[in-house]
Write a protein of this length. Sequence first.
Length: 91
Amino acid sequence: MNEINNIKPEPATPASAQTITEESAPANPAQEYLNKTEVAARLRKTVRTIDNWMARGILPYYKIGRTVSFRWSDVEGHMRENYRVCQRRSA
């Protein structure tokens, strides 16, 4: 019983000194999944475009019942593996 009372919390570090990486981030599945509107906003596209890309297989998604969810890491990985970054050529 005394052991529990002797535990002291570590001093908090200022928020500016903390950096969160994917490895150190807490595993919270609720934050990993995005809806269509959030994916559209991140990709700067419309929700209708996201629907079209889902139908064509361009974006990986999870469907449970009538709910559609995306994992951003899956979307980025799929885009990185299947598409390339193009640069405009000067005329």
